[in-house]
Design a protein. Structure first.
Length: 249
């Protein structure tokens, strides 16, 4: 399948790949890639860039919302091929480097394989490279110090819970929020639409994930771009209100 590319705001492309999303921020000839798909999906990322008249060489920065393998995926390959710098929130850097692991375990997945939709989920992620991921020993880091000096000038918003250093990005000039897995519109395990934080089994700290979800509600924007599922066309406050109504804590 080819990735689905949607222009969610001016210069902000939301890309839906096979089970995970990434975003492309365009500024002149240069591009920032926010998240980097599954390890085997470099060709899909390249296709999403081709759809807007860009090439992998035009990616001057990769920002990670977090270092799960479906978001870290092709970052090391970009770095090897083109010297593309890859950055994460400072609290997520140990995860990106592989010093800690904060993700659903094989045993937790095996315990759910009696569900046919979970079998489909596992088959899909294995096909796209879930069994092997290249970590990033030289990942660069940022904190919450205002706009980053990369195309799109995203503002980091610390949203721990899904992982210890998960980070969303606010684009105030483009009225968009890139939520990563702090807010999603698709349930990967049940393979159906949803609004909320990720299913609890995927979160390192589910209670903190809800706190971070509420933090997104304070941001001024007109579209929320999730790590999984289609864009939410509306304000972060509305997105969070609907999510908490559907999944009260």
């Amino acid at each position: 399948m080819r990735p689905k590319v949607t222009e969610a705001a001016e210069g902000v492309l939301h890309v839906e790949g096979p089970g995970t999303n990434w975003q492309v921020l365009v500024e002149g000839p240069d591009v920032t890639l926010v998240d980097a798909a599954w390890p085997r999906d470099f060709h899909l990322v390249a296709q999403s860039l081709e759809a807007i008249g860009r090439r992998p060489e035009d990616v001057v920065a990769i920002l990670l919302t977090h270092a799960h393998r479906d978001h870290l995926g092709t970052a090391a390959e970009f770095s090897r091929r083109y010297g593309t710098p890859v950055s994460s929130h400072i609290d997520e850097a140990p995860h990106a480097r592989g010093e800690v692991v904060e993700e659903i375990s094989k045993l937790e997945l095996l315990a759910r394989l009696w569900r046919p939709k979970v079998i489909l989920f596992v088959a899909n992620i294995v096909r796209h490279g879930a069994l092997k991921v290249d970590r990033l020993p030289d990942v660069e880091t940022f904190g919450e110090t205002g706009p980053l000096d990369v195309p799109g000038r995203p503002v980091p918003i610390s949203t721990p819970g899904h992982t210890s250093g998960h980070c969303a990005f606010h684009l105030p000039e483009r009225s968009a929020v890139l939520a990563g897995d702090a807010f999603v519109t698709f349930d990967l395990l049940r393979r159906r639409p949803m609004l909320g934080p990720m299913p609890r089994v995927f979160d390192h700290d589910p209670s903190q994930a809800v706190v971070s979800l509420r933090r997104l509600a304070t941001l001024d924007a007109q579209v929320v771009l999730p790590g999984h599922g289609p864009p939410f066309m509306g304000t972060p406050a509305t997105a969070v209100e609907q999510a908490l109504s559907a999944h009260p804590s």
